[in-house]
Design a protein around this ligand. Structure first.
Ligand code: GAP
Length: 438
């Protein structure tokens, strides 16, 4: 028997919430969509941006030993020959001879088609890189690749970054950007897509220190997900065995999350040794060795890579935050997103649309929006407005009521505890910043 295709009700509900509230839509939907490509709507774009900002703050701004980079997606095609991607970056593809379904051979549990039980072809290697042409002539000489990982842009710029930034090994280079893979079996919403964003960091070290730095980055990256509020019991490590290791890696550990469709990789931490720099040095003829002034030693650094998927992190945050509850016979859905990444940090409501309350609420809104993405709403019952904010993960709501007009205080309603407390309007911006925990 092949692998069973089961209906995933949890994911169906999440996809529907994402569409309904403007997080994520199918790409080119009015034309029937395009497989494994997704568009981020107003709330999704905010959420994604917040995740990238959080990563950048943790990996670049808060550290003295990591520099940022934004390399081009299109690179010299030789990069991908040298890196091994042209020859090695492939998956084993099989077809069902009866129903023509396609599978990755390494994902099948049995020798027959999971869809119809038909006979499968022998596996053949399928390269995952998208190709296009540079310039007006479409011939072999003009082939360029859409990068399948952002990492290579970092390796070829190693000395370009190291020189001007005056960094000394050990140090890292971080980059966030799009990557493209012509996946054979994309799916599970935004989990595996053909166009996605990576948040990668390459840490250049002395070869003798690789184990120490590997352990260090494993711990740092694990903590990142805890800081994002992901439940620790939903995370685990997966060590790559010899058969699983990518062509460039000496050691690799994945951080996995338990989705409704199983334990799956979120991020890989890899010891890439001097594989990439050595190969680029050999084919480009450029000396990419590092000169250590202190020890008078010239060496090719080893690289510890941390490679996370932005879209996958976003999916994890949504999955982990999603809850349903029944209150007085009414089904409620909400997202307990970390305030650090929630699309709106707070909502501001006047209790009623009269007695000067909207004016006071508008003033608070205008004051807050200079520092935070916040939402103003004056329509309908306040309970319903709270509920709408719970559904999109807004952690705090401030309500201007009758008492506000007397003592300049507003209520703060906490999404998770549902507790309400009163605070001086003047103190709200700093209080909100403290609560977000940036
Ligand atoms: N530079 C190393 C590298 O690219 P990888 O394990 O192939 O390693 C790293 O990818 C991360 O990129 C994965 O852990 C995942 O989060 C994300 N990723 C990879 N392929 C993806 C896809 N098709 N769709 C969404 N995210 C993907």
């Amino acid at each position: 028997m092949g692998k069973k295709i089961v209906k995933d009700e949890f994911m169906d509900k999440l996809v529907s919430l994402c569409k309904r509230r403007g997080f994520i839509f199918q790409s080119s939907e009015i034309y029937g969509g395009i497989n494994a490509c997704w568009d981020y709507g107003p709330l999704g774009a905010e959420l994604k941006r917040n995740i990238k900002d959080f990563w950048w703050r943790e990996m670049v701004h808060k550290r003295d030993d990591i520099e940022g980079l934004d390399a081009a997606i299109l690179m010299h095609p030789q990069v991908w020959h040298t890196s091994g991607h042209v020859s090695e970056f492939s998956d084993p593809l099989v077809d069902c001879k009866k129903c023509k379904s396609r599978y990755r051979a390494d994902e099948l549990d049995g020798p027959t088609c999971p869809n119809c039980g038909g006979e499968l072809t022998d596996p053949r290697r399928f390269n995952l890189m998208f190709k296009t042409f540079m310039g007006p002539v479409e011939d072999d000489a003009s082939i360029v690749y859409l990068r399948p990982e952002t990492a290579q842009g970092i390796y070829v710029n190693f000395l370009n970054v190291q020189g001007p930034s005056r960094q000394k090994v050990p140090f890292g280079i971080a980059q966030i950007g799009k990557a493209f893979r012509n996946e054979i079996t994309p799916g599970n919403f935004i989990f595996r897509t053909r166009e996605f964003e990576q948040m990668e960091m390459q840490f250049f070290i002395h070869p003798s220190e690789d184990e120490k730095w590997f352990e260090y980055w494993k711990a740092q990256r694990w903590q990142f997900y805890l800081d994002l509020g992901i439940r620790p019991e939903k995370l685990r490590w997966h060590e790559h065995g010899p058969g699983e290791l990518a062509h460039y890696a000496k050691a690799a550990f994945d951080i996995e999350y338990e989705f409704s469709f199983g334990w799956k990789e979120l991020e890989g931490i890899h010891n890439r040794t001097d594989f990439d720099l050595s190969r680029h040095m050999a084919t480009s003829g450029k000396d990419l060795r590092y000169w250590d002034e202190a020890t008078k030693e010239k060496f090719i650094p080893y690289i510890i890579e941390t490679s996370a998927g932005c879209d996958r992190t976003l999916l994890t945050c949504l999955v982990d935050a999603y809850y349903e509850e029944e209150v007085k016979g009414e089904q409620r859905v909400g997202l307990r997103l970390s305030p650090k990444i929630a699309p709106f940090k707070a909502a501001i409501f006047p209790l009623v649309k009269k007695d000067g309350m909207p004016e006071v609420a508008q003033r608070l809104y205008n004051d807050l929006r200079r520092r935070f993405k916040v939402f103003y709403d004056e329509g309908g019952a306040v309970g319903r407005r709270y509920r709408r904010m719970d559904e999109i993960g807004t952690p705090y709501c401030f309500t201007v009521d009758g008492q506000t007009l007397q003592d300049e205080t507003v209520t703060l309603r906490d999404r998770d505890s549902m507790e309400q407390t009163r605070h001086k309007i003047a103190e709200i911006p700093d209080l909100l910043e403290k609560k977000i925990g940036w």
